[in-house]
Design a binder for this molecule. Sequence first.
Ligand code: NAD
Ligand code: DAU
Length: 348
Amino acid sequence: MSQSTGVPFVFSHVLVTGGCGFIGSHLIRLLLSEYPGVRVTNLDALTYAGNPDNLRDVEGNAHYRFVHGNVCDANAVEATIAGGVDAVVNLAAETHVDRSILDPEAFLRTQILGTHVLLEAARSHGIARFLQVSTDEVYGDVRDGASRESDTLAPRSPYAASKAGADLQVLAYHHTYGMPVLITRGSNTYGSHQHPEKFIPLFITNLIDDEPVPLYGDGNNVRDWLHVDDHTRGVLHVLEHGDPGEVYNIGGGNPRTNRTITEQLVSLCGRAWESHVRHVTDREGHDRRYALDCAKSRALGWAPRRPLDEGLAATVQWYAQNEAWWRPLKAASFQAYYARQYAGRGLS
Ligand code: NAD
Ligand code: DAU
């Protein structure tokens, strides 16, 4: 581990990729509210997961600029980075594991080619910090103990493999070219504005609609839940205080089985387990457990703050009060995906 200089990195213009997604939009709002004077450029391809509504409230902010573009497009990336950017935070990704099992190609394009294009542009412009937002899934299935940053990567889904490939490229640019890169590996994140294809928002919105929820397998898979506010604070803390070339785990410290989370959501939504929960055929290659050792990010001065029970209740309340946000996302094209994903699993 390299030694920290103790002097925080000061940035003036951040390029955030994937800023119209769940975590990216929260990150941009945090940057604009807590870092006065800092300019934020958001490069986003607006895939099905990118939603301009997530950032309506900052559209008029003089320090914010949106660029509609793809991280795989070298010309678009070059033109965007050339405007005085001194830090890049790369969140652009295909992020849903189930979709990576159905159609892996887009995951490889964005995660592998897209990260390469960004690294090349950042290198040629001498960007002062390149932070890659990664995931605990790169460590693979963790039956015992907790993953440390130095552990061998053992991804097991096409999504996780594409993220691990991106991590390795980022680290290679540090070793080969001396690029000042950082990687955060976050755990399962929840909160407002998360696409309703993911476990927690899917279950909340189905329950609001009095529909059954599809619990994979025996429901005893364990995820470590991290509130999105804690995740975004962790990313910015690492950007300011992390040592170039280093990886930092960012975990919520809230390991729960999917069954436990489902029980909580059913209760928070005023429904009953017997009538609303269906044990459906398991996800192919479903990792049983993720767990992160976060001693390194704790030593750097970051710690999660939001208790899970309070965060989950607030999240349920947000979806209950923001139907206009999620209903369009569960309309036509989502229904086609939903039918394909859950057909023959025993949901109906
Ligand atoms: P998301 O799916 O909500 O948003 C992804 C965003 O990236 C969208 O706005 C989409 O339009 C954009 N995008 C996709 N492909 C692109 C491309 N080729 N060019 C430009 N933009 C593109 O994702 P999220 O859940 O907010 O995750 C953000 C990042 O955090 C991802 O890198 C993900 O791997 C990582 N992460 C997520 C979690 C989690 O639980 N959600 C946990 C750990 C790490
Ligand atoms: O661990 C971090 C990762 O968390 C991120 O890197 C990914 O981008 C993000 O999508 C998330 O991946 P998961 O596969 O863990 O999240 P998902 O919300 O899809 O599922 C969470 C758990 O719930 C998982 O064990 C599968 C289960 N599940 C999921 C869905 C969609 C169900 O039981 N039923 C479902 O319908």
